[in-house]
Design a protein around this ligand. Structure first.
Ligand code: BG6
Length: 468
């Protein structure tokens, strides 16, 4: 198997899950600083010592060591996010925080030193806390203006340094996780559908505005949208189940349609009408959406789910719900493992949107055991992770043979980090083990796992090693 010339192999992280240094160098608080248990419980009033993200894996101070390890694996691209609250500590400040800007200058310079291209998520589940508390996050129209100021600042600062940008991480997850994804403090059960879809609308407008500005400020830049991809299968061939899948797909495809087609689809207008949902929008906003569609489509892919009249609701901590698939095994955290779903979703998305695709998250969250490597050091024998990634990459290769243009592939959590949904350290995705435990103990030392050397070979052979 050979991947296309120039294929962007790499790995992905998010600032809030790895940087730590939550209150250093002028950084303001963000929602993650008060979410010690991820999405499992509500937010705390202020940061608490059990919140692992406050220290993360200390990437803020150790990024040079980590980027060097990524370079050793042969990364061509490294996806990370900019923590909005490092740049604008409250989100609505008039002036940016120079020390925050400087940190990302240094980080991107370190990447370029090894020929690694940064891929930057502008907003990855880390809305400044002040914007959540004062404005109720993206429900409020004012967020568009604050986001605009933020993106203008980072585009002007990092032009020539960052070519690939993603406007919002997994934008579709706001429907189930309004706080995590949209900085919305009103609990999901109390939030009206009008407010929820109004928040979506504000994010779409902000995303289109960012796309417009990126193209003006950095003519070479490529802007992508990012959604949580979820292939949905019918539980049976009963037409009712097939239609249930079609309808469930609409709630995810809606986000892609808005970014790629730039207008509200008929199925969503019907839903709004029938549910009595009102979304306020101006003609100017509609024009902005239509004229500023994205250059590529990116997504995370972990698992698939089922829909239908019968069947058990999945009990996993999956951000999107759905029903269990009796044909698939699950990870230790209950996420179904479905490599073929990746080929399916790649084909489906390309058929629908006809844009280059970029897989910006994929991986297996698993418990690892650190063992002696026989050479005086330590490692993890993570054959299960190798198998997971191998099988997904084979399916990615099949999709490329199907004619789907794929720009690149970044595995999630290329170095162990704090989980988004459960806020654990023990849910590990990395090629590099980080010595930190769920109770916060550990030296933070880094150890390459067996998968580190496997991925190194896959990249060096541009995919050919997958056939071995
Ligand atoms: C995606 C997010 O939902 O999945 C990441 O973009 C997250 O931030 C990843 O970490 C894996 O989820 P979790 O809950 O296992 O960390």
């Amino acid at each position: 198997m050979k991947f296309p010339e120039g294929f962007l192999w790499g790995g992905a992280v998010a600032a809030n899950q790895c940087e730590g240094a939550y209150n250093e160098d002028g950084k303001g608080l963000d929602i993650q600083d008060v979410m010690p248990k991820g999405v499992l419980t509500g937010p705390t009033k202020e940061p608490t010592p059990d919140n692992l993200k406050l220290t993360g894996i200390d990437f803020y101070h150790r990024y040079k060591e980590d980027i060097k390890l990524f370079a050793e694996m042969g990364f061509k691209v490294f996806r990370t996010s900019i923590a909005w609250s490092r740049i604008f500590p409250n989100g609505d400040d008039a002036e940016p925080n120079e020390k925050g800007l400087q940190f990302y200058d240094d980080l991107f310079a370190e990447c370029h030193k090894y020929g690694i291209e940064p891929l930057v998520t502008i907003s990855h589940y880390e809305t400044p806390l002040h914007l959540a508390e004062q404005y109720n996050g993206w429900v409020n129209h004012d967020l568009i203006g604050f986001y605009e100021r933020y993106v203008r600042t980072i585009f002007n600062r990092y032009k020539g340094k960052v070519k690939y940008w993603l406007t919002f991480n997994e934008i579709n997850s706001v429907l189930r996780q309004p706080l995590l994804s949209g900085g919305i403090l009103t609990p999901r059960e109390e939030l009206s559908l009008s407010d929820l879809y109004q928040a979506c609308h504000h994010e779409f407008v902000a995303s289109a505005l960012a796309t417009k500005l990126a193209h003006e400020i950095m003519p070479d830049a490529k802007v992508g949208r990012m959604i949580l991809a979820l292939p949905i299968y019918p539980l049976t061939p009963a037409p009712d189940d097939v239609l249930a899948v079609m309808e469930a797909n609409h709630f995810n495809d809606f986000f892609g349609d808005m970014h790629v087609r730039g207008r509200y689809p008929g199925y969503m207008k019907r839903y709004f009408r029938e549910q009595g949902i009102t979304v306020n929008m101006t003609a100017e906003e509609e024009k902005l959406l239509a004229e500023n569609t994205v250059d590529f489509v990116s997504f995370s892919y972990y698992s698939s789910l089922c829909e239908g009249r019968k069947g058990k609701e999945s009990e996993s901590a999956n951000l999107m719900g759905g029903k269990d698939n009796p044909y698939l095994k699950k990870s230790e955290w209950g996420w179904t493992i479905d490599p073929q779903g990746l080929r399916y979703v790649l084909n489906r998305y390309y058929d629908r949107w006809q844009k280059p695709l970029f897989i910006v998250e994929n991986g297996l969250g698993a418990k690892d055991v650190l063992v002696d490597d026989g050479k005086g050091g330590k490692t993890v024998e993570d054959d299960y992770r190798i198998e997971f990634l191998h099988d997904h990459l084979v399916q990615l290769g099949e999709a490329i043979k199907d004619g789907v243009p794929v720009m690149g592939y970044t595995t999630w959590g290329c170095i162990d980090l704090v989980s988004a949904s459960t806020a654990q350290m023990s849910k590990r995705y990395g090629f590099i083990y980080v010595d930190r435990n769920d109770d916060g103990t550990g030296s933070l030392a880094r150890y390459p796992k067996k998968s580190f050397y496997w991925y190194q070979k896959v990249i060096a052979s541009n995919g050919a090693a997958l056939d071995e």
